[in-house]
Design a protein around this ligand. Structure first.
Ligand SMILES: Nc1nc2c(c(=O)[nH]1)N[C@H]1C(S)=C(S)[C@@H](COP(=O)(O)O)O[C@H]1N2
Ligand SMILES: [Mo]
Length: 401
């Protein structure tokens, strides 16, 4: 196994923006949700992507990538909270540690993970809870993501439950904490730690070392990350170094402050009247995104156009995707792919049609899942101050000539 060195890779990537430099403006620029600029710089193992910040790296996938059910690793979005990410990881020496309320503490090497546990695969959507945040009005605090803080990959690794079985849970074990390997830049900033209830974790939760048949890219959490199909990716801890089992929930910043929505029926509030009680964002709601055409597409009158995109939910499964080309008055069924990637994956859809008019044409997509939940019109999505869980009907306006 080769030693992985982020900077070596950086050196061979033309025009690479290495970690630790700050060539781009940080963060919170408000670009329109649709036409976002792709950076001239590329990070190691990545193509140029929409770049909000390079320290920490915040990279969004452009819309036109969402025409097929799997997202290529080199175009997969990236989100880190802390700028100080390890840049050298030795796969021979790396271990993930399991401790706390367990019978046997474990230090598992990558090699042991790959040889001493059953190897499993799951194709699952990884979506930030703040994906599409820029569609909220008034503006909700946080990175103003367009629709590309998401992707779908086939993850390979071992079941978390198999590891916990090997460690043996002690009586009273109720919570499980996961640490990433990166450090906060200032001592006041909390480290990236997530806690989950043991009874929320089912057999689909894995520790993954592979993504779409390759080692995880550095920026997506090499060498090991948590994969929780159906849940927002905020809990999918990257560069996983430590797993601690406890009897008590600890008040941690990322659990108790971030990634929460109002704990009421509509999960909503107003900027003037914030709802006092909150709950974790947890499961994903039903959503779809159009990958083609894009807002800069020019299409020909009476030509054969195929609208393409992806739809997903938290694992109930997609029943239908409907397309409207008359501003949402009438809807027609799109054709879905076979669904053979499983219930946690994107369903790719396509919808062939001939544009009969001229000028501006708006195309909308609406997904419905197997339990009848459907996307609301974007205008009807309820506001929350964190800007989480936006799932309004997607629309793209093109020019017909
Ligand atoms: N160690 C670590 N894991 C992390 C984070 C982080 O900052 N550090 N961010 C989380 C958030 S908020 C998201 S959206 C996803 C992003 O995963 P990606 O960069 O592979 O797309 O990682 C999650 N896991
Ligand atoms: Mo996120």
């Amino acid at each position: 196994m080769e030693r992985r060195d982020f900077f070596k890779k950086a050196a061979v990537t033309a025009g690479a923006a290495a970690l630790g430099t700050s060539t781009l403006e940080a963060g919170l620029t408000h670009q329109p949700i649709d036409n976002r600029e792709i950076s001239k710089f590329a990070f190691p193992e990545k193509r140029p992507l929409i770049t909000f910040s390079d320290r920490p790296p915040l990279l969004e996938t452009p819309r036109d990538v969402f025409t097929s059910a799997l997202t290529p690793n080199d175009q997969f979005f990236v989100r880190w909270h802390m700028p100080d990410i390890p840049t050298h990881i030795d796969p021979e020496k790396f271990t993930v540690n399991v401790n706390g309320l367990v019978e046997h503490e474990l230090k598992i090497s990558l090699n042991e993970l790959k040889t001493q546990y059953e190897q499993v695969e799951v194709t699952a959507v990884l979506q930030c809870g703040g994906n599409s945040r820029s569609a909220f009005t008034p503006t909700a605090g946080g990175i103003q993501w367009g629709n590309g803080a998401m992707g779908c990959a086939t993850w390979k690794g071992v079941r978390l439950s198999d590891i916990l079985d090997k460690a043996g849970l002690k009586k009273g074990a109720e919570w499980i904490g996961f640490n990433g390997s990166e450090k906060a830049a200032y001592y006041e900033t909390p480290e990236f730690i997530r806690e989950l209830r043991l009874d929320e974790l089912d057999d689909h939760v894995i520790l993954a070392y592979e993504m779409n048949g390759e080692d995880l890219p550095y920026l997506n959490g090499y060498p090991l990350r948590l994969v929780i199909p159906g849940s927002y990716s905020d809990s999918w801890v990257k560069m996983l170094s430590n797993i601690t089992v406890t009897d008590k929930y600890k008040k941690l910043f990322f659990m108790d402050v971030a990634y929460r929505v109002p704990d009421n029926e509509c999960e909503c509030e107003t900027p003037q009247k914030r709802f006092p009680k909150t709950k974790p964002i947890n499961k994903m709601n039903v959503k779809s995104v159009i990958g083609y055409p894009t807002p800069d597409s020019i299409i020909n009158h009476k030509s054969h156009v195929v609208v393409r995109g992806v739809a997903w939910d938290d694992g109930h499964g997609i029943q239908d995707v409907f397309i409207s080309i008359d501003g949402g008055k009438t809807w027609d069924k799109a054709i879905l792919d076979s669904g053979k990637l499983g219930r946690y994956a994107y369903r790719a859809f396509r919808y062939p049609f001939k544009p009969m008019g001229y000028g501006k044409l708006t195309i909308m997509a609406k997904a419905v899942n197997k339990i009848g939940q459907e996307q609301p019109f974007a205008e009807d999505v309820k506001w929350n101050h964190g800007g989480y869980k936006f799932n309004g009907i997607d629309k793209v306006t093109v020019e017909v000539i």
